[in-house]
Design a protein around this ligand. Sequence first.
Ligand code: ZN
Length: 431
Amino acid sequence: MPVSRYRCQYAWLGDAPVADVTIEIADGRISAVWRGEPGVPLPGLTLPGFANAHSHAFHRALRGRTHADRGSFWTWRDAMYAVADRLDPQSYFTLARAVYAEMALAGIACVGEFHYLHHAAGGARYNNPNAMGEALIAAAAEAGIRITLLDTAYLTASVAGEPLGGTQLRFGDGSVHAWAARADARRPHPHAVLGAAIHSVRAVPAEAVPTVAAYDGPLHVHLSEQPAENDACLAHYGRTPAAVLDDGGALGPRTTAVHATHLTPHDIALLGQSGTGACLCPTTERDLADGIGPARDLLDAGSPLSLGSDGHSVIDPFEEARAVEADERLRTRQRGWFTAADLVRAATVAGHRALGWDDAGTIAVGARADLVTVRMDTPRTAGVDPAGLVFAATAADICSVIVDGRVVARDGRHATIDVPHALATAIGAIT
Ligand SMILES: [Zn+2]
């Protein structure tokens, strides 16, 4: 059993940085944590691996291409559908491999892929109906990160039950039972957790919710990202989206509500009392003009917070984390809603739990050996107190990334993939 030892200038242990920590890794796990023993030096602050709890890998192709758009979430969605229409299993593998490698450089050890682009144009089935999901799982393996594939049920075009059309035909399985049969046919992989997702109350009727909710493993759902979705849900069901999910048995500790932006106090209580998590995606929510979710109220009510880069206008867990605090400051004109420890927890251990990896996201004996080292001698980080580094660092300050004991990035470069070239080639082929 190969054993490695790293000596960290600082390591994030529990909820704070500790100086001069040696971490021993055996068989992909942390086997010992000491003070001041010899080891390969890791200068800077070493954090646990980040979990990116909400991703749509193909949205990365839109970065910098919708900035002149004066529309809304809904006009942006048209541009996103145009990209979706150009993907097949091979081009999606190529794109996702590059995007996940970008994530690896940003310290992300595990991605939660909210996957709904299942089928070929017009809804035609590939020979392997899970070919697109398999492409994502293979892409994560090549990028050196873990994946939770949240296979997403997408059945209708509106809360009122309009049928899918156009690009959306690629998302639909026809019925919730056909969705379940396809999701059940997925094959296990050691670096993958197989979970499920309800796209939203727009795309999954209330009567289909219990079938998706019964799936084993993590369950994710887009919740109340847009006021228009809430209005349509109230008009059709006389209940909010959170109440529809609650009535369908879809809330609970296995569940993560993504965005959770436009909630009533009753919705917040439903999520908190059931232990349902909330995945905030602040850089996407600001990019799409969604609004600011009630992050502090959710945490206080009992909902663990996790973070996702979602549409990938930015892939930077530090930016995502500090935006949670910054958005509350803008809304309330007060500071100090979240500590650095709250934000690191959301980016690491809570994110991993939301993705079904209960043994990752901390630097502790027995945990998966995911170590993300941030330089403290860059123009952004020099002179910064390591306890407050999450408020100063960017993904570009990360020099070393170790996932499951394997070195994925060193000196800020991916071990096996030329990331800028891979991204430019993959995006160039579909735009
Ligand atoms: Zn999403």
